[in-house]
Design a binder for this molecule. Structure first.
Ligand SMILES: *Cc1c(COP(=O)(O)O)cnc(C)c1O
Length: 356
């Protein structure tokens, strides 16, 4: 059992209009903190009023980006239950990321307890409008005030919460995607499989470029041959080719192992569909499209759940997918995943975890 000291705020914040939440615009009344030192390990778990941090300008995270994060959601079911979706998958991934960045592991049970305790304290912040949720952002930063390059000896584990709106207030609109050939997001041996801020910093330029050219996001290719598909924006990506669902395999270490990705694969297989995790080249996509066998494509991630791709731009050539509309497989995955997440349908997989 994690001993969490709880200091409640005396000045509650005003709650935002639930129909105008957007993503990451508002934060709740409290935050969770826990320190790490070599002498004490992880210690001093506490929930305190949401507030600024005070850090020495030499703090290592500012200079060498020894930082990781996670992203998950709490959902309010119609019957009042508060549900998490496969939280241990996120915690397991957090520890895998930590290993890559030389950050000490956190006991998974303690991390889950911290998340549950904070969500419980700020339960009234979980929005109840259709398709809204409470985004949970755990993160760890290196806190030694030192400019020498080495793993920090001290860390801070923080959890903040943000009520977020429906990702598709006007219904699901497939997006236009630009196949990026200049910049890469990750390479074999790098940090592609890890959820680290540094990956995002390096990908912003691709996002900016795509936006400038009139696209919603970049489709990232592998960093070595620039041939194989990695991810789309900050989502995993699926293609349906002649009825078979294909997604890039995780074994090269340059794909982020998404919880939504894993859930899509398990769900598709439970429906008896053929799913392949393997290398997938742009050439194969182009050939499938030319042959009329590229049925649909979509991204997967916690924020949007499923994001259909309506158009792909490859070196100036445009490929329109499924007439620019959401495909039946993307729609079925979206309905079933969100159905389980909001407790609207039965959960035969045992993915939902109730916070009591
Ligand atoms: C978080 C993330 C994903 C999606 O992971 P989920 O667990 O499904 O939210 C995919 N790609 C990148 C780069 C990510 O950071």
């Amino acid at each position: 059992m994690l001993d969490i000291k709880i200091q409640k705020t005396e000045q509650k914040r005003q709650k935002p209009d639930q129909t105008k939440l957007g993503f990451g615009n508002y934060y709740t009344d409290h935050m969770f903190l826990m320190n790490y030192s070599q002498e004490k390990g992880w210690h001093d778990a506490r929930i305190v009023p949401y507030q600024n941090l005070s850090l020495d300008p030499a703090t290592m995270v500012f200079h060498y980006a020894q930082e990781l994060f996670e992203g998950m959601k709490a959902y309010k079911a119609a019957d009042g239950r508060t549900l998490l979706f496969r939280p241990m998958k996120n915690i397991e991934r957090m520890n895998n990321t930590a290993k890559r960045l030389c950050i000490p592991q956190i006991n998974p049970e303690d991390a889950l307890e911290a998340i549950k305790a904070l969500v419980k304290v700020d339960d009234e912040w979980i929005p109840t409008e259709p398709d809204t949720s409470l985004y949970i952002r755990p993160f760890i930063i290196a806190t030694d005030a030192h400019l020498g390059v080495h793993p920090s000896h001290t860390y801070l584990f923080i959890i903040i919460l943000s009520p977020v709106g429906s990702y598709y207030p006007e219904g699901i609109n497939p997006v236009k995607i630009y196949i990026e050939r200049e910049y890469v997001r990750a390479v074999k041996g790098g940090t592609g499989f890890a959820k680290v801020g540094g990956n995002y910093a390096a990908s912003l330029i691709g996002q900016e470029k795509a936006a400038r050219l009139g696209y919603a996001q970049s489709l990232w290719l592998d960093g070595i041959e620039r041939k194989y598909i990695d991810e789309v924006g900050a989502m995993n990506v699926f293609f349906v080719i002649d009825g078979t669902v294909v997604t890039p395999a995780l074994d090269e270490g340059n794909i982020l192992p998404g919880v939504t990705r894993a859930s899509c694969i398990e769900m598709l297989k439970s429906w008896g569909m053929k799913v392949e995790e393997r290398k997938l080249s742009v050439d194969e996509i182009v050939a499938a499209h030319k042959a009329g066998k590229l049925n649909e494509a979509f991204g997967s991630g916690t924020a949007a759940v499923i994001s259909p791709i309506g158009e792909l731009s490859n070196d100036g050539e445009k490929m329109i997918l499924n007439e620019g509309k959401i495909g039946p497989i993307a729609q079925k995955l979206y309905d079933n995943l969100t159905g389980i997440q909001w407790g609207k349908i039965a959960d035969p997989f045992g993915w939902s975890v109730e916070i009591k």
